[in-house]
Design a binder for this molecule. Structure first.
Ligand code: XLS
Ligand code: NI
Ligand code: NI
Length: 437
């Protein structure tokens, strides 16, 4: 079989002193941390779309990368993508992948033909999964790219578009089950609006929830036993996305009784675009029992759009992995990079460098996060900071026994509180000491 990454052999862990660019410096898959191998803490996944399909086009230029794999028949190209993807995952030791329906098979002249192409590729991929042991992390349907979704999919003003999205989701969900996936993502690309002048927000949101309930019901029917996820994003492509951030999504899920079926898939740069940190979004998910999965890419502080860069920021990765540890680790979820190489990095080797860089960044993040946990000073500081709630008036408050009257009596007796420093700078230095050790 043709090799798509002929210059790359199996990428191994060689340690931080290695100068081999095709080796991991920190990611040592079987190294046990906190009783679990690194690979199970991290559950890395390859994104089919960015890795195998994205050709580097941007609003100002066409593709710079050949993602036709030297072929012209769309189904041949689809098979070549699968071959290249499984070669890449095998060489990198990545055990999971994620896909949209539209990534794996070409759209046909009719929906029936699209369906035929799709299921043929599902079979092809299933065979590759059996051969390699590689698993599906999550599946999804691309309900944002085609012109039929110009006004949205689940939130479209056009019921026919809504129905088309439902048909796609049905198949994508069936394929997820067929391939043993434990997650199904709703990222609402066009689920938002540009202007209220032409928008019935109330109906659009009700309809989005209806579509999600249909997916939940159908999932039950066909034996889907994983998690549904919503992936929050504040803007781009639409000006006002309905799934703005974790808090907004949680409000939506609860309003429509979907919270017991859905968790969140948190993407690093979507947090940035929402004006939050990655760890903020993860914390909101965790404390609401909605921590599910992660798209661990990064944005660029100088660019206000979804750059989907491979992550290199160890500080951010550390704070992310600290949240993952606090959440008790991944269950059905995992760490998908949802990232692509830059337009100028057009060779196949660049894809390998990109994954090595992202995987090493998160491996180091995991190592450092666990060091922060073992060091204990951070958690102890936070615990002590709230110790006034462990006894006296604080305990009355948390026990739900205090009232405005009882607290007024307390204040009349004790008057002003004695304040203590939040010690932010001390804590920032503590983290740096651990990181740069
Ligand atoms: C786009 C999203 C997308 C989802 C899957 O910004 O991140 O890639 O992860 O549809
Ligand atoms: Ni994403
Ligand atoms: Ni994104």
């Amino acid at each position: 079989m043709k090799e798509y990454f002929p210059t790359v052999k199996k990428v191994a862990y060689e340690g931080k002193n290695s100068k081999n660019p095709f080796a991991f410096k920190y990611y040592d898959p079987d190294r046990v941390i906190d009783g679990k191998p690194m690979k199970d803490h991290l559950k890395f996944a390859m994104s089919w779309w960015h890795t195998l399909c994205a050709g580097g086009a941007d609003p100002f230029g066409t593709n710079t990368m050949d993602r036709s794999y030297g072929l012209s028949d769309p189904m041949d190209i689809a098979r070549a993508k699968a071959d290249a993807g499984f070669e890449l995952m095998t060489k990198l030791g990545i055990e999971y992948f994620c896909f949209h329906d539209a990534d794996i098979a070409p759209e046909g002249e009719s929906f029936a033909e699209t369906k035929k192409n799709f299921w043929e590729m599902v079979g092809y991929i299933k065979q590759k999964m059996n051969e390699t042991g590689i698993k599906l992390l999550w599946g999804t349907a691309n309900c944002f790219n085609a012109p039929r979704y110009m006004h949205g999919a689940g939130t479209s003003c056009n019921a026919h578009s809504f129905a088309y999205a439902a048909a796609q989701i049905k198949n994508a969900l069936e394929a997820t089950v067929e391939l043993g996936g434990k997650g199904y993502v709703f990222w609402g690309g066009r689920e938002g609006y540009e202007t209220l002048l032409n928008t019935n927000m109330s109906l659009e949101l009700d309809n989005m929830a209806r579509l999600m309930h249909m997916a939940v019901d159908y999932g039950k029917k066909i034996g889907f036993d994983g998690d549904f996820y919503i992936e929050p994003k504040p803007k781009e492509p639409t000006k006002h996305q309905y799934d703005y951030d974790s808090a907004t999504v949680l409000g939506f899920l609860r309003k429509y009784g979907l919270d017991k079926y859905f968790k969140l898939n948190i993407e690093a740069n979507h947090a940035t675009l929402a004006g939050h940190t990655f760890e903020h979004e993860l914390t909101v998910a965790r404390i609401n029992n909605a921590f599910g999965s992660i798209d661990a890419n990064s944005g660029d502080p100088n660019l206000g759009w979804d750059t989907d860069k491979f992550p290199t920021d160890v500080y951010s990765a550390t704070l992310c992995m600290l949240e993952v540890i606090r959440a008790g680790g991944f269950t059905n979820g995992g760490l998908n990079f949802d990232a692509k190489v830059r337009r100028g990095s057009f060779t196949f080797e660049d894809i390998v460098y990109a994954y090595i860089s992202g995987m090493d960044t998160f491996a180091l993040g995991l190592i450092k996060a666990y060091e922060i946990v073992c060091d204990g000073r951070l958690d102890e500081f936070v615990k002590n900071r709230y110790s006034s709630y462990e006894s006296g008036v604080g305990k009355e408050i948390t026990d739900g026994k205090a009232t405005l009257e009882s607290l007024e009596s307390y204040i009349l007796e004790n008057d002003r509180p004695i304040m203590e420093s939040g010690r932010q700078e001390y804590l920032e230095t503590l983290i740096n000491n651990i990181l740069f050790d």
